[in-house]
Unconditional design. Structure first.
Length: 316
C-alpha cells in the first residue's frame, strides 16, 4: 500500500481544568492526556468485580462473528444478556455458549433507561460502578450531555465515524488503538452519513477508495488510565487490543439551542447543519433537471461558492 501520512498525538501530563481550557481546548485538535485522577476504577474494574457490581438488568449488545463492526451494512446482531453473563463472555477468547460462533465478538455501548427519552449516564445505569469513577470535569456542568459506558472484546474494531459533540474517551482497563482523521479530510473518507465506507483502514481497497490515501492519520495507543480528547467532527476508529472497559464523556461545545432536544444518543447534526443539508438536497434535485453539461457547470459554481464562503485554512 502507498504510504499514508501519519502523525502521533501530542501528549500532556497532569492536566487540570485550567490547563485544559487554556492550552489544549482552543487548539481543536485531539490530545492524549496522562496522569489524570480517575478514581479507583483503574484498579477495581476486574472482570469479577464488574460482573458482581455492574447491574442486575440485562444489557443490549452488538454481536459479530468477525472483529470489524460495519454499521453501514449492519454485519452484526443485537442481542440481550444479563450484564454479568455479558462481561464474562466479552472477556473470553473462545465461547462455550454463543449466538453465532465460538469466536464471536461483543460490544456494549450503554443506553439510557428508556433510550427514546433518556441519555446514557453511568451514574444512573451503573450506580455502583459510578462510585469508582471520577469524571474529568473539563467543562461547565450545564454543558454535560452523557457518560457512555463501553466494553469491547479483544480485537473488536469500531467503524470510522465522527461525533457532533466534544468528548473524552477514558480508557479504564485494557489497551486500545485509536486512529483519527481531521474534519478537513472528510472528502477522502467516502462518507455515508457520519460514517466512512472504508472499513479496513490499515489495508484499504485503493481501487475502490483511491482518495483514502490522501487522508492523514493521527494515531495513539490508549493504556489503562489514559484519556483521549476528541473534538467534535474529528473522525475516529478504535481497535481493542485487549478486553477493555472505558467511559466516553460527551459535552456540548455549541450553544444548547443548536442541538436537537429529542436526540438522546447525541449523534444528530446541529440543527442549522441539518437544515442546510435539507436545503442542499432540494438544490441538487433542481440542478438534476438540467442537461448534463449544465449540471456539471452549475454544480461547480455551487461548490466554488461554498468553498469561498466557508472553507478555512488547514487545521492539520
Amino acid at each position: 500500500m502507498e504510504c499514508q501520512k501519519r502523525e502521533t498525538l501530542h501528549e500532556y501530563n497532569d492536566v487540570d481544568k485550567d490547563k485544559f481550557i487554556r492550552e489544549i481546548y482552543p487548539l481543536r485538535k485531539p490530545a492524549l492526556l496522562k496522569g489524570i485522577d480517575l478514581g479507583s476504577c483503574t484498579e477495581k474494574w476486574t472482570v469479577d468485580y464488574l460482573a458482581n457490581n455492574g447491574t442486575d438488568c440485562s444489557v443490549k449488545i452488538h454481536v459479530c462473528n468477525i472483529p470489524q463492526l460495519d454499521f453501514i451494512n449492519k454485519n452484526f446482531l443485537y442481542r440481550s444478556l444479563p450484564f454479568s453473563v455479558f462481561v464474562r463472555r466479552a472477556a473470553e477468547d473462545k465461547h462455550m455458549e454463543y449466538f453465532i460462533s465460538e469466536d464471536e465478538k461483543y460490544y456494549l455501548r450503554s443506553l439510557g433507561t428508556d433510550p427514546r427519552k433518556d441519555i446514557a449516564d453511568i451514574k444512573f445505569q451503573f450506580p455502583k460502578l459510578a462510585e469508582d469513577f471520577k469524571l474529568p470535569e473539563y467543562f461547565q456542568t450545564d454543558q454535560f450531555f452523557s457518560s457512555v459506558f463501553r466494553i469491547s472484546s479483544c480485537g473488536l474494531q469500531l467503524w470510522t465515524h465522527y461525533d457532533v459533540m466534544d468528548n473524552l474517551l477514558v480508557q479504564v482497563t485494557g489497551r486500545k488503538k485509536v486512529v483519527l482523521f481531521s474534519p478537513q479530510d472528510a472528502a477522502y473518507l467516502y462518507l455515508s452519513g457520519d460514517k466512512s465506507e472504508v472499513l479496513d483502514i490499515d489495508s484499504p481497497d485503493l481501487k475502490k477508495y483511491p482518495e483514502f490515501i490522501k487522508a492523514k492519520r493521527y494515531e495513539c495507543c490508549l493504556k489503562p488510565g489514559d484519556v483521549l480528547f476528541i473534538p467534535a467532527l474529528w473522525f475516529h476508529n478504535t481497535v481493542a487490543e485487549e478486553f477493555g472497559v472505558g467511559v466516553n464523556v460527551f459535552w456540548k461545545h455549541l450553544p444548547s439551542e443548536f442541538y436537537d432536544k429529542t436526540d438522546t444518543y447525541g449523534n444528530k447534526d446541529p440543527l442549522p447543519a441539518a437544515r442546510a443539508m435539507q436545503i442542499l438536497d432540494r438544490a441538487l434535485k433542481a440542478v438534476d433537471e438540467l442537461p448534463e453539461e449544465y449540471q456539471d457547470f452549475y454544480a461547480r459554481r455551487m461548490v466554488l461558492r461554498i468553498q469561498n464562503k466557508f472553507y478555512r485554512t488547514s487545521l492539520n
